[in-house]
Design a protein around this ligand. Structure first.
Ligand code: NAD
Length: 304
């Protein structure tokens, strides 16, 4: 039987509707409007497209949002001053500095300068530590891993006691999603294994997984016979494997592939995310969720 296809596009749109209502309520009952600033240094085309997407979503949800474009030759100290300005701005609850930054700027220094309580990307070491402690300490969850958890939970998969295998140990996806799934509590409480380039018998580990999360950046790494029948498979990988001409625009667009052999895996898995249309649409949505959480915390309201 063919697997259920987990649509990140649909789940992201559900969450955005919930957020829209929350934003309206925050404004009508408490007079607060969540504020997000996205800072872009330079004109990297991919970065421009990412910040445009973030700003568009923020506008749609009714946020107060600012796109702060800065020149490529902005100095590190001027960027630090800018971050400090937004740290102090009471109308701003979320600060996002779009990465990568130009080579003359130390990214670590900039991330560390963001007020951890406004670090909606959840990259600041304080927030990484809060995630490790878990529970109410973890005020923000990093966006892509948080989106992965939502996909699993909203697809109805039981996480408590489940064998979760994560392929990849990056700071952006692999390590934080492992940390999220092993926390005690709803939507987690799993037994987690992280596998990586140093792992022996990768296939044997993957075969044990009730929930298999793959974030390796290697097209078709996971073969169908690595998947336990009925498992939930979350494919985080986005790999450009060529180009095609778009029927809509007539312009060349990249051909994208995940880390899982989707066509054959869907005959074995119980549920699987497509690429594109799986994890991708969740990331911006979770950034918006963090900004709403931050706005609530800044006025002393309870969060989930
Ligand atoms: P990364 O390169 O930082 O990390 C990849 C990890 O996979 C490494 O820890 C490495 O040890 C492991 N790995 C690589 N090849 C392996 C192999 N053959 N066997 C076992 N382990 C292997 O990448 P990342 O930032 O974690 O991203 C992973 C993938 O997810 C990429 O394709 C990226 O584009 C995609 N991604 C998607 C989103 C999204 O929103 N959809 C967000 C972030 C990353």
């Amino acid at each position: 039987m063919s697997a259920k296809i987990i649509s990140g596009t649909e789940i992201a749109s559900q969450i955005r509707e919930e957020l829209k209502k929350e934003v309206q309520e925050l404004s009508s009952k408490h007079g607060i409007v969540p504020g997000l600033v996205t800072i872009l240094v330079g004109k990297n085309p991919a970065s421009i497209s990412y910040v445009t997407g973030k700003q568009k979503t923020a506008h749609e949800l009714g946020f107060y949002s600012i796109q702060d474009d800065q020149p490529e030759d902005l100095s590190e100290s001027d960027l630090l001053t800018l971050v400090e300005k937004y740290n102090k701005d009471p109308k701003i609850h979320g600060i996002l500095v779009q990465l990568p930054l130009p080579k003359h700027i130390n990214e670590k220094k900039i991330i560390n300068a963001i007020d951890p309580d406004k670090d909606v990307d959840c990259f600041h070491p304080v927030n990484v530590g809060r995630l490790m402690i878990g529970g109410s300490e973890a005020i923000f969850l990093p966006c892509t891993p948080a989106g992965i958890q939502e996909l699993i939970v909203r697809s109805g998969f039981e996480t408590s006691g489940a064998e979760v295998v994560v392929v990849g140990r990056s700071n952006i996806v692999g390590k934080p999603i492992a940390m999220i799934m092993l926390q005690k509590g709803k939507g987690a409480n799993s037994t987690v294994t992280v596998v990586h380039t140093g792992t022996k018998n990768l296939d044997a580990h993957c075969k044990r997984a009730d929930i298999l999360i793959v974030a390796a950046g290697v097209p078709d790494l996971v073969k169908p016979d690595w998947i336990k029948p009925g498992a939930c498979v979350i494919d985080v990988g986005v790999n450009r494997v060529g180009e095609k001409i778009s029927e809509k625009t007539g312009k060349p667009v990249p051909i994208l592939k995940g880390d899982v052999d989707f066509e054959r895996a869907k005959e074995i898995a119980g549920a699987i995310t497509p690429v594109p249309g799986g994890v991708g649409p969740m990331t911006i949505t979770m950034l918006m969720k963090n900004t709403v959480t931050s706005a609530k915390l800044h006025v002393g309201l309870k969060t989930e």
